[in-house]
Design a protein around this ligand. Sequence first.
Ligand code: 13P
Length: 252
Amino acid sequence: MARKLFVAGNWKMNTSLAAAKALASEVASLVGAQDAVDVALCPPFVYLPAVKEAIGGGKIALGAQNMFYENDGAFTGEISGAMLKDIGCRYVILGHSERRHVIGESDEIINRKMLKAISDGLLPIFCVGELLAEREADQTMEVVRRQVQVGLEGVSATDMLKVTVAYEPVWAIGTGKTATPEQAQEVHAMIRGLLVNMYDKTVAEAVRIQYGGSVKASNAADLLGRPDIDGALVGGASLKAADFAGIVNAGK
Ligand code: 13P
């Protein structure tokens, strides 16, 4: 069966309450009724309930940008998967490069979050991707392979079907420098091959692999047209409803 494209907007640490509501409503009016592409919005934690209300009962799903790997207790400042579930989140982004490289999350921490998110009933969007220095040193495949293997340790084949992988080369994030469709496809194909080894062909062919890094309406169709690119994780362009809708529509 062909994989359905999945486009998610990662708003990062942007918007205000008013802007979040307005953006979500506008996105809902533009692409909330279509069913050809799965769509999710991932606003900052504090705006999740407002965005949920703004997207209403349409087809757009709600996602969070992070979570902690414990259930509850003395973890000041953290948010649990159960809390995200409780307020209506379907997805959670894990291992985003900004959490890896700005906050310092390790593959092992991301793996703990992965296992907890799945047991909490959330669908992880699991980000991997190499730094510019790693690409220049020809280490892209090795770095991404390690991130995938460690991040998914202990995830069963059945649970792997709940995971979306997002390949986001760090040098392409927020820089306006998109990976070429060929560069992205090459890494996506490697990841899918790795999933065949770690699981089996059926699982590998069912898992969606999004590309992220300066995706815009103008380059989306070319990226989404590649055989192993099954959607996009969009940062900057997800902050403008028309731009984001343009990316979703490019996948139809
Ligand atoms: P940009 O689309 O702003 O490059 O960000 C990509 C990203 O990090 C999405 O998670």
